[in-house]
Structures are given as C-alpha cells and as structure tokens.
Design a protein around this ligand. Structure first.
Ligand code: FES
Length: 275
C-alpha cells in the first residue's frame, strides 16, 4: 500500500493533523460515505481504524486524515510519500444511509470534521438542506473549512478561544439552531463528550441523531469484541454493527470508560524514537 502524498493540514497547541493519500484501487472503488479502513503502519505495530474521507476512483487512491494522538498515529505521521504501509483492509462498517431527510445538521469536532465531510457531501448530493457546524480548539487546528463550506448550504465555525468563527462549543450553536429551525436529522462525529452532549441536546429537541463512534478496535471484523458498545441495552460491535448508531441509545458513560482503557499506555509515546 503505497503512500502517494502526505500533507500537514493543521498544527498547534501540541497537536498535528495530517492528510495521507494511499494507493488502493479495490478499496477506492468499493467504499461509500461513512465507511472506514483498518491499517497497520509496521508489521509489529497495532491496527487502527480511520474513516475514509475521500476517494479517487480513477487514480485508485483513498484519502485518510488523522491526528497524532498515540503511538500509531504518530508513526503514520512519519510515513512519507513513496513509502509503503504494512497492511490496509477495507472498506469496513456499514455506509451511512444516504437519502433525502430534509434538513440535516452535521456537527464535527476536531478531526471529526474529516469524518463528517464525506457524509455532508453525500447528503447534499441526495438533495438535503445541509447545515454544518465545525468546532476546534483554535483557528490553527481547524481543518476542511473551505471543503465543508463548499458542500453545506450554511456553515458555522466555533472555536474554544474565539480565534475563528464564534467563541464556544459546537453544541452551543446546535442548541441555538434547534430552538429556531426545524431539523430532520443531526449527524455528529467528534470527541466523546461532544457526541454525548449532541445526544442530550437533540433528545431535548426531539430530533433524531446519528453518531459515528470511534471505539477501540483490533481486528475490525467482529471477532475480537474489543469495539463493543452498549446501544439500547444490547451489546453491539462498532466495526460490524456500526460505526454509526442512534446517539440517544448509546451508553456514553460506559463507552468513555472503555476508550480510556489505554490512556496511560498511550503516554509511552516517547518510545517512538526507539522504533
Ligand atoms: S474490532 Fe474486533 S469486534 Fe470490532
């Protein structure tokens, strides 16, 4: 799996977000909005899931966007054009149900904007009125603003420090919009606290909401049970039953606990230089 191109999209406050284009004609040909791949940078490394942001079917290439958040994403950030990844499997997960809902508000926080972008584009293509709400800590870390403005009927930017758009959280703007506009669906991807809040706000407004969950995954094919999440009191696997679920039915507290399981181990990123 040859890396064709790598570009740093955003950098600041100790965070770095990059885009990577990979040659994979089969995955590019078959993928739909909402699906993901699982990749391994090195043979001895772990597997991580990343949403397919874009594809170029003619070139046989797919685009992924990641933030350096742990050892594997940091390793991926060091791969340059012309180098090969050890393994790539996909497309995985159910595609987003794209149809005409009416008005859809898509909410992306941080690198989650990369995940709502293909969905927003497909929803617009299906004739929906699409409103985007993008959030980041600061202007320097905001990604895909122009691309989202290109596919949304209206796009709102929120930053924690007010350096771009309006100071505040995506969910503040979502609440305001839901108070004065009708909405048929909310679609959200971002940090878990944001998605949990989206769930609360939409529940109060009686609007259906979908979230794409970033659960910890190992095999990505429903065999290891690592990505399990409780939805409506039933155990589901994010990789094969999701990654999208009804936000109102997700057990958010349990998911947050599970996703923090490796937080301590991820701190050993200093070992990166030994690899
Ligand atoms: S990643 Fe193993 S069951 Fe989903």
């Amino acid at each position: 799996m040859r890396v064709l191109n790598k570009v740093i999209l955003a950098e600041g406050q100790g965070a770095r977000i990059f885009r990577i284009d990979i040659s994979s004609p089969e995955i590019a040909k078959n993928s739909k909005a909402g699906q993901f791949v699982v990749l391994m940078v090195k043979e001895e490394g772990e597997r991580i899931p990343l949403t397919i942001v874009d594809t170029d079917k003619e070139k046989g290439a797919l685009t992924l966007i990641a933030q350096e958040a742990g050892l594997t994403t940091a390793l991926l950030g060091r791969v340059n054009a012309g180098e090969d990844l050890y393994a790539l499997v996909g497309p995985l997960g159910h595609p987003t149900q794209i149809r005409k809902y009416g008005r859809v508000i898509v909410v992306g926080g941080g690198v989650g904007i990369a995940e709502i972008y293909p969905v927003a584009r497909a929803l617009k293509g299906a004739g929906n009125d699409v409103i985007g709400i993008l959030g980041s800590r600061t202007k320097k870390l905001l990604i895909l603003e122009d691309e989202m403005k290109g596919v949304c009927d209206e796009c709102h930017v929120m930053t924690d420090d007010g350096s771009c758009g309006t100071k505040g959280f995506t969910t503040d703007r979502l609440k305001e919009l839901l108070e004065r506009r009708t909405c048929d669906l909310v679609y959200a991807v971002g940090p878990l606290p944001m998605m949990k809040k989206v769930s609360d706000v939409t529940k109060d407004s009686n609007v259906p909401a979908l979230v794409s969950l970033n659960a910890i995954m190992v095999d990505g094919t429903g065999m290891c049970g690592c990505c399990r999440v409780s939805v409506g009191g039933k155990t589901k696997f994010s990789c094969v039953d999701g990654p999208e679920f009804d936000a109102h039915a997700v057990d958010w507290d349990e998911l947050m606990k599970r996703n923090n399981m490796y937080a301590q181990k991820e701190k050993h990123i200093c070992r990166l230089n030994d690899l």
